[in-house]
Design a protein around this ligand. Sequence first.
Ligand code: BTN
Length: 244
Amino acid sequence: MKIIKLNAIDSTNTYLKEASKNVTLEDGIVVVTNKQTEGRGQMGAKWQSKEGLSLSFSVFKRFDALSINEQSCISFVVSVGVKNALQKLQIPEVSIKWPNDILSYQKKLCGILIENQLEGNKIISSVIGIGLNVNETEFQELPFATSMKLASGNSYNLDEVLQIVFEEVLKELLSVENSETLSVKKKYEADLFRIDRVSVFENSEGYQFNGIIRGITNTGKLKVEIENETIQVYGLKEIKMLFS
Ligand code: BTN
C-alpha cells in the first residue's frame, strides 16, 4: 500500500482531488490523517471524528474502461469491500444501508464519499473517502452512530484496520471493470439493510409511508414496494428511511 500520512488536513478527499489536478498520482495511493478540519460527508454534510480514535482516509483509483453509466457500480463495490473487511474483523451484524452507509446492529459505523473524475463518457478515476469509527465510544447528539469498539467490545490498531479495509476495497475495485452490473448488484443486495422487510419511509414532501426494499436499480436507485405490489424507484434526495 502506497500511503501518505498527514497529521492534519482539511479533507483527505479534497487533498487527493486537488493533487490529481497537479501531479500524476499513483493508482491506489492512500491518504490518511489523524485529523480532518473540514471532513465532508454525503449531500454537503460535515463529517467529524475524534483525533486519533477513528480512521479518515481516501484512496485514489484509476480506471481504463469504465463508462459513466457504471458510477453506481463503484459505490456498490466499495460498500461491499468495507463490509467484507468489517466481517473479517469480526464486527457483528454488519449491513449496508442504501446508498453506502455501513452499519453494525442497525447503527452507522462507517460513511463513504466517492467523487469521480469524468472525461467524456468515461470515469477516469475516483477519490474514495472512507470515515470509519474505530475506537470512539461517545457520539453526542448522534444516537444512530456506533464504532467498531462499541459493536465488538474490542480496541483496534488503526494501521491494521486501515490495511484490511484497503485490501478488501481494492480487491472489489479491481474486479469492477470486468464484472457485470448484475453480479455487482447482487453482492451489494445480499447484505442490504432491511431488504424484504416492511420499513417506514419519508419522501421529499415529508409524507410518511410503509414500504419494502426490494433492491436497487442498475443506476443505484432504491426499489421500494408500496401498496398493491407496485415498485417505486427513488433517487438519493427523494426518500429517507425512518428508523422504527
Ligand atoms: C457520509 O456518510 O456522509 C460520508 C462520510 C465520508 C467521510 C470520509 S472521511 C475521509 C474522507 N474525507 C472526507 O472529507 N470525507 C471522507
